[in-house]
Design a protein around this ligand. Structure first.
Ligand SMILES: CC(C)=CCC/C(C)=C/COP(=O)(O)OP(=O)(O)O
Ligand SMILES: C=C(C)CCOP(=O)(O)OP(=O)(O)O
Length: 293
């Protein structure tokens, strides 16, 4: 197999082309389209669509059947970052190594570009010619649930409400499971579903998806303390500045690293039990837990 880096670059190109194609196909020239393209083209590792497509591949799904869900997921993720950076939320100036949308355009345009990416995500799944109607309903339901008022949006609300106060570890974990974990869980779930995984395999993949979401967020918290803003493409130290509770703050840096290692074990165990060729996914777990992203 080619190296993980080559695989990533190849998948990224493929996903980027399709994302841009969708924006042109479903929007008209003008400021809104410019703002949507600006954030989509600003970069980003495309981890969520890559996870979705890699899981689908492990279960033998045809690649063309995975692209709409993969791009929809990245659109929702990109919208969430645009809104997360707004002055009313984290008030950040830099994202993906570039000025944030509200700095480049203005606050109203950034809000609307986020709204348009969110709604476009549901449109591209619902109109995809490679999916059966039942599959579309499943994907739309799971994506809405992962991103909505009991998913990512709930996590963001809870996160904001926890600023400036000490919260216990179980509460921090609930925030992360919703804010970051649910989209990552969707990537794994949707990939396994499109590959027609058995019920038993789906159950294991859900466990893996939950663990991976926490691994991802713990690493993000760690990098906010130890990372390099130039490598990350966003400021470091913002959790400290916004007085946010994080794993390193609650457990200390070593404790956070240990907690992450526990979740890596759970994710790898669940993957082994899923009865699938998990070579690539296993490498991805390792990559997500260790990379200077
Ligand atoms: C509905 C909305 C707006 C959801 C935002 C979800 C999200 C994961 C934001 C980034 O979190 P972060 O602030 O911890 O990360 P970063 O350091 O990248 O800003
Ligand atoms: C959920 C969090 C912690 C925000 C950043 O996510 P990524 O690290 O995946 O950001 P991009 O590569 O997509 O910019």
């Amino acid at each position: 197999m080619e190296s993980l880096k080559d695989y990533f670059s190849q998948q990224k190109l493929y996903i980027n082309d399709k994302l841009i194609q969708y924006v042109y196909e479903y929007t008209d020239p003008g400021r809104l389209q410019d703002a949507m393209l600006y954030s989509i083209e600003a970069g980003g590792k495309r981890l969520r669509p890559i996870l979705l497509m890699s899981t689908a591949e492990a279960f033998g799904a045809e690649e063309k059947r995975t692209l709409a869900a993969a791009c929809a997921l990245e659109m929702i993720h990109t919208y969430s970052l645009i809104h997360d950076d707004l002055p009313s939320m984290d008030n950040d100036d830099l994202r993906r190594g570039k000025p944030t949308s509200h700095i480049m355009f203005d606050e109203a345009t950034a809000t609307l570009a986020g709204d348009a990416l969110l709604t476009l995500s549901f449109q591209v799944i619902s109109e995809d010619p490679n999916l059966e109607d039942g599959e579309k309903v499943y994907l739309l339901r799971e994506l809405a649930s992962a991103s909505g008022a009991r998913g990512m949006v709930a996590g963001q609300m809870h996160d904001m409400q926890s600023e400036d106060r000490h919260i216990p570890l179980h509460e921090l974990e609930t925030i992360h499971k919703n804010k970051t974990g649910k989209l990552i869980r969707f990537a794994i779930l949707a990939g396994a579903y499109l590959g027609q995984a058995s019920e038993e395999s789906m159950d294991q993949m859900k466990v893996m998806g939950d663990a991976l979401g926490l691994i991802f967020q713990i690493q993000d918290d760690i990098l906010d303390v130890t990372g390099d803003a130039d490598v990350l493409g966003k400021p470091t130290g913002s959790d400290e500045n916004n007085l946010k509770s994080t794993y390193p703050k609650l457990l200390g840096l070593d404790g956070a690293i240990q907690q992450k290692a526990n979740y890596v074990d759970s994710a790898q165990n669940a993957l082994r039990s899923a009865g699938v060729d998990g070579t690539l996914l296993s490498e991805l777990i390792h990559y997500l837990s260790s990379r200077d992203r």
